[in-house]
Design a protein around this ligand. Structure first.
Ligand code: GDP
Length: 368
């Protein structure tokens, strides 16, 4: 959608806008660089030493192993993760989402520079399962987050370019552990807010920030309720110039909309604000909000509780994933599924009975 079209559709501030065209996907040189790194292997202990001594190249290499599908790489990666685990958990993990074009990378650069210049060590990771296929890739090209990319207190890592959402999410979760062991005290996990990856990101961060575009109007249409409910803060970005009024109006609308939601378990009242990643107006307020959230939830115990729940949730997700993969990738099951499909479609057997039979077959098959 072009900007013009976007402006014509200002019927509601709560509509999830499409955003603008994005720069090209992951640059080839970035991909080549990672490939090259992955060819050279070290011992798990060497990666670990490098990581805790602040060696960025070793951190990058270890993350490359996490992303690799090679069995040997995976084994080394798991050992490195084990070693890093006791040193992890000390950062503030912040999820940042919004539609392509809302200004996520501009925002991350603005807040990121502010943080690194006040002594923070910032790692920016990305979840973007679509990055290999579509525009809207988060990193890899040189034009985005240029200032942070060359900042010695920042570490930017593009999204793994291939894989299912579950796979990409797991890799990001594991990369967080390594980054924390490396001493990063603030972690941004960026995701493209198109409705798929938010839940996965929410399951790995402490604070979830939703960036929105200023719209106008008063309808509650087009709003992705699920995403809004997850947000600990909604900031309307691009609140500058001609957009200022629209952004204010949007802010009021979101505030009203949020009032309709049940109180949060954390005791935190989600905050709505406006900001401009371009002029930096309101960026300070975003950080203050995050710090207030941290302070409240650390004192009432929710911060730790959420992290504990996330660990268990990840374990159950991994079990689900493993069971599903084993079932669906099993050759006998593939054939049996094909055979039963027709019977279900033609009402020869019910869906439920078919499922029971297939599962029974699977367990019978496993015993053999
Ligand atoms: P992303 O796709 O969400 O990462 O969005 P980008 O950060 O790439 O920004 C998309 C476009 O919006 C770029 O042309 C930015 O210069 C512009 N932009 C980002 N933030 C602001 C802002 O606060 N105000 C204005 N006016 N433009 C912005």
């Amino acid at each position: 959608m072009t900007r013009d079209k976007h402006h014509k559709h200002h019927d509601s501030a709560l509509k999830v806008n499409q955003g603008v065209e994005q720069p090209e996907s992951v640059s080839k040189s970035a991909v080549d660089r990672y490939k090259k790194i992955s060819r050279q292997l070290f011992l798990p202990e060497e990666y670990f030493r490098g990581i805790i001594n602040g060696d960025r190249t070793m951190l990058s290499r270890a993350i490359t192993l996490i992303e690799s599908t090679n069995k040997n790489h995976q084994e080394i990666a798991q050992e490195v993760i084990e070693k890093c685990l006791p040193l992890s958990g000390r950062s503030l993990r912040i999820g940042i989402t919004g539609v392509p074009g809302v200004g996520k990378s501009t925002f991350i650069e603005a807040l990121g520079k502010k943080l690194t210049s006040s002594g923070h060590q910032l790692a920016v990771l990305a979840i973007d399962p679509s990055s290999s296929r579509t525009k809207g890739s988060i990193l890899g090209d040189k034009t985005r987050m240029e200032a942070l990319a060359t900042d010695k207190n920042a570490f930017i890592r593009p999204s793994p370019s291939a894989g299912s959402l579950g796979g990409v999410a797991r890799k990001t979760r594991e990369s967080i552990i390594l980054c924390e062991a490396a001493g990063f005290d603030v972690i941004f996990v960026e995701t493209v807010g198109v409705g798929q990856s938010e839940t996965a990101v929410n399951a790995m961060v402490d604070f979830f920030l939703l960036l929105m575009l200023p719209g106008a109007g008063d309808e509650l249409q087009g709003i992705k309720r699920g995403i809004m409910e997850m947000a600990d803060a909604i900031f309307i970005n691009k609140a500058d110039g001609d957009n200022l009024k629209k952004a204010q109006r949007a802010k009021t609308e979101y505030q009203n909309a949020l009032h309709l939601y049940p109180p949060t378990e954390s005791g935190w009242v989600p905050k709505v604000g406006t900001c401009s990643a371009m002029t930096h107006e309101g960026i300070e307020e975003v950080w203050d909000t995050i710090k207030q959230y941290e302070s409240l939830t650390k004192s009432n115990g929710f911060f730790e509780q959420k992290r504990q729940e996330q660990k268990l949730m990840l374990m159950f997700d991994a079990i689900d994933q493993k069971l599903k993969n084993d079932f669906y990738l099993n050759k006998t099951m593939k054939a049996a599924l094909d055979a039963v499909r027709e019977e279900v479609l033609s009402d020869k057997i019910s869906s439920y009975v078919a499922a029971q039979r297939l599962v029974a077959l699977y367990y019978g098959e496993k015993k053999r």
